[in-house]
Write a protein that binds this ligand. Structure first.
Ligand code: PHE
Length: 339
């Protein structure tokens, strides 16, 4: 009996040491210690058949062996678990895949999102319009007839074989679309890409971003327009910022204004950026022309409207002190990584 116990112990310890993963170890454990059919369990159960004189000695040895096997299983399990853990952290056989660089939002997009949040908080609906637009929404509906000289200043890209299609020159193209879709009252902003046929240089680019805003409803007045523009200017450049509006002609507003804010770099004192004027021109605005309301399906005797447009690209240039507009479309990582 003693002899077979020792042989069993030796065999068990060898198998425990040879178990290469948790599953194999469990199989070994069941083989020797299993309640129903474990080899050691069977011996312990049969102790009663051992002659009474030998029983205490054999019993003590069997218990010692049981404890030894249990301790060895525990130790091996810990070693295997530790190895598994290490392997999941560092696997030398894993092939090397370079980490992908994560990008950042484009500076124009950052300003767009910031202003969208600001207008949404004031109750504006955020809408969208197509970049490939019809001549009608981009020009005619905005009171710019086919022979109107204002078209010369907004030459754009036309689509071959589609004489009435063009790449929109301004987000104002969304005005009549939105009026037709939502009617009045409506307060909405639409931002996105605009296109013009430009000879590019540091200040001119064929593709740029604008943000358009408009409100239509009963008794919408110039005071509302001024209030909104004041709020935007303070939001962008701080509480002390002043807004200056000067008459400017846009065919789709009446009256129309050109909007400036106190230069944020020199606080109005005059510097190179504001060309010594103390003011930075950042938007066009006005009260929506009755012709535009009519094209939008609205009765200009019952409702009035205001509209304004910001050059988002220009706002980004001013905010970050970017002196060449061509950088925006350059996809130059050294430029983009700065934001
Ligand atoms: N769409 C005009 C531009 O691109 C700006 C503008 C928008 C002016 C709304 C008046 C009202 O220059």
């Amino acid at each position: 009996m003693e002899h077979s116990l020792k042989a069993l112990q030796e065999k068990a310890l060898k198998e425990i040491a040879g178990a290469n993963d948790i599953d194999a170890l469990e199989t070994v454990e069941i083989q020797y210690m299993g309640r129903a059919a474990g080899e050691l369990t069977a011996i312990l159960k049969n102790l009663k058949d051992v002659p009474a004189a030998e029983r205490p000695r054999t019993g003590a040895l069997a218990n010692e062996i049981k404890q030894d096997i249990e301790a060895q299983i525990l130790e091996r399990r810990e070693a295997l678990l530790a190895r598994e853990e290490n392997e999941s952290v560092f696997d030398v056989t894993e092939s090397y895949v370079p980490r992908r660089e994560s990008g950042t939002l484009h500076p124009t997009t950052q300003i767009q999102y910031e202003l969208e949040d600001f207008f949404a908080a004031m109750g504006f609906r955020i809408i969208d319009g197509p970049e490939l637009e019809s001549d009608f929404y981009n020009f005619s509906a905005l009171n710019i007839a086919p022979d109107h000289p204002a078209r010369d200043m907004q030459d754009t890209l036309y689509i071959k074989d589609h004489p009435t299609w063009l790449m929109r020159t301004q987000t104002s193209s969304v005005q009549v679309r939105a009026m037709r879709e939502y009617g009045a009252p409506l307060q909405a902003i639409a931002s996105g890409r605009c296109f013009r046929n430009e000879a590019t240089d540091a200040r001119h680019e064929h593709t740029f971003h604008q943000l358009e805003g408009f409100v239509v409803g009963e008794d919408v007045s110039f005071a509302h327009l001024k209030g909104i523009l004041d709020a935007v200017a303070r939001h962008l450049y701080g509480e002390d910022t002043q807004v200056r509006l000067r008459p400017k002609y846009y065919p789709f507003v009446e009256p129309g204004v050109n909007g400036e804010v106190t230069c944020s770099f020199c606080a109005g004192g005059g510097c190179a950026l504001c060309k010594q004027t103390g003011w930075l021109e950042i938007f066009g605005a006005g009260l929506i022309h009755p012709h535009v309301l009519k094209e939008g399906g609205l009765d200009s005797k019952k409702v009035s409207g205001l509209a304004f447009g910001f050059g988002l690209t220009r706002l980004a240039m001013l905010k970050y002190g970017i002196n060449d507009i061509r950088l925006f479309m350059s996809a130059d990582m050294q430029f983009l990584k700065q934001f």
